[in-house]
Design a protein around this ligand. Structure first.
Ligand code: ADP
Length: 420
């Protein structure tokens, strides 16, 4: 049985496994990669992300020596790829390509054994194919016809073929794009296990949440340039995602993990500011919709750790926040009224009103009396246990059926700077 998956080039010396130095490359004179530099060390587990056409596949082909840089150089184990004979480079670097087409009707065993082409022929190869398939949990496929396999099975067989090179560096070009979610997770779990065995992995993928959860480093390409390279959570910040992909991104923490969600980027200029008075989750969806629609949004007074306060934090909103489970105090009340005075619109959701937050309704009435436009969801009247909402209408607050109706009213007025 082969001892490890790691090839001979990795363990020796202190050179990085891959060193990409000031690499430039273009097709037909059109630049695709520009001055890209980074190192990948032995045992690194690197995800490569970036929009379509940003140069990810080209970069992988340069590392595999299929392409040669037009500027700079790519070193594998300290030696430029152009100095390797193809067969020698294949002992250092293996590639799982984006698609693998087969013109002949071969068995899985034959497909996998083809991967050993770069190694000295010996009786060992047969045993290796069995061992490698078993390592990937698909030993039972060995006598099947490759063309009869499912997409998920084929992908694992192609991975087994690449592993047969016994190279220390494995490159994968979007191996998960055609797989369902369960096969995706199985594949990335396997890659993580192989990496734990000592294999250095560089893998292109599109799913940023999988990238965040699996890889130890992420490399972000944007328009042929290296936009970021480092630990996933430092690299995939909402700012970077917005700059690179042109979408708004939000970070959420759930059960100890970080997740990204997205919405389309703002169109046109920023509109005015809407101050939302909410709580208990009555404002989270509204605030996000308003942000997506291009409004600046503030909120308050909210208790720390309230659902709406957490949503506001993820959205990066300016908020007036009171201590958890504490009634609105003088300081936060004053600050809240000040934020309302300078808002273009104040929205009161159908938040349950109790003694703890009755001052928010008082603040809304004050703002309305001073001439600020205030909309309230009708449901707040029924959810009032403190008798605070009686003054809303007489203060000049406009009642709307619910927050969906308010959003519809705002959309109908879209294009104007003010909701008047
Ligand atoms: P990604 O993998 O990030 O989608 P690619 O490296 O495949 O990006 O492509 C980068 C750019 O180079 C794209 O504009 C693509 O159309 C172009 N390109 C890729 N391969 C070729 C090729 N063989 N000939 C000409 N242009 C190419």
């Amino acid at each position: 049985m082969p001892a490890v998956v790691v090839g001979p080039g990795v363990a020796s010396g202190a050179s990085p496994v891959v060193s990409v130095r000031q690499v430039g490359f273009g097709y037909d004179g059109r630049p695709v990669l520009k001055r890209v530099s980074f190192d990948v060390g032995a045992g690194d587990f690197v995800g490569v992300v970036g929009p379509n056409g940003s140069g990810k596949s080209t970069l992988i082909d340069l590392i595999d020596g299929i392409l040669q840089p037009q500027q700079g150089e790519v070193l594998i184990a300290g030696r430029a790829t152009r100095e390797y004979r193809r067969r020698d480079l294949a002992r250092e670097v293996a590639l799982v390509p984006q698609s693998f087409a087969l013109d002949f009707d071969l068995s899985v065993r034959e497909v996998v054994e083809m991967g050993a082409y770069c190694r000295a022929r010996s009786g060992e190869v047969r045993g290796d194919a069995e061992w490698t398939l078993a390592r990937l949990g698909i030993a039972e496929l060995i006598e099947r016809r490759f063309t009869e396999l499912s997409g998920g099975e084929r992908q694992l067989v192609v991975l087994a073929q690449a592993l047969m090179q016994r190279a220390g560096l494995l490159l994968l070009d979007e191996p998960a794009s055609a797989l369902d979610v369960s096969h995706q997770l199985r594949l990335f779990d396997l890659l993580r296990d192989l990496n734990a065995d000592g294999l250095t992995v560089i893998c292109i993928l599109h799913d940023l949440n999988l990238a965040l959860h699996y890889f130890s480093k992420l490399l972000v390409l944007s328009d042929g340039e290296l936009a970021a390279f480092g630990p996933p959570e430092e690299v995939l910040t909402p700012e970077t995602v917005e700059a690179v992909y042109g979408v708004r991104a939000y970070m959420h923490r759930h059960a100890g993990r970080t997740y990204l969600t997205y919405s389309p980027r703002l169109r046109g200029e920023r509109k005015g500011r809407i101050h939302v008075v909410c709580g208990g989750g009555t404002g989270a969806g509204l605030m996000r919709e308003l942000v997506d629609a291009g409004w600046e949004v503030s909120a308050g007074v909210l208790n720390a750790l309230d659902t709406d306060e957490e949503a506001g934090r993820e959205l990066g909103l300016r908020m007036v926040v009171e201590a958890p489970f504490s009634p609105v105090g003088d300081e936060t009340h004053t600050e809240n009224v000040a934020l309302m005075r300078t808002a273009d619109l104040v929205i009161l959701t159908d938040v349950p009103v109790s003694l703890g937050n009755a001052r928010n309704v008082e603040a809304v009435c004050t703002a309305a009396r001073e001439g600020v436009r205030v909309w309230a969801a009708e449901g707040v009247l029924a959810a009032d246990l403190a008798g605070a909402t009686g003054a809303l209408v007489e203060s000049g607050v406009e009642l709307h059926a619910d927050t969906a109706a308010m959003l519809a009213a705002l959309t109908a007025r879209d294009g104007s700077q003010r909701p008047a």
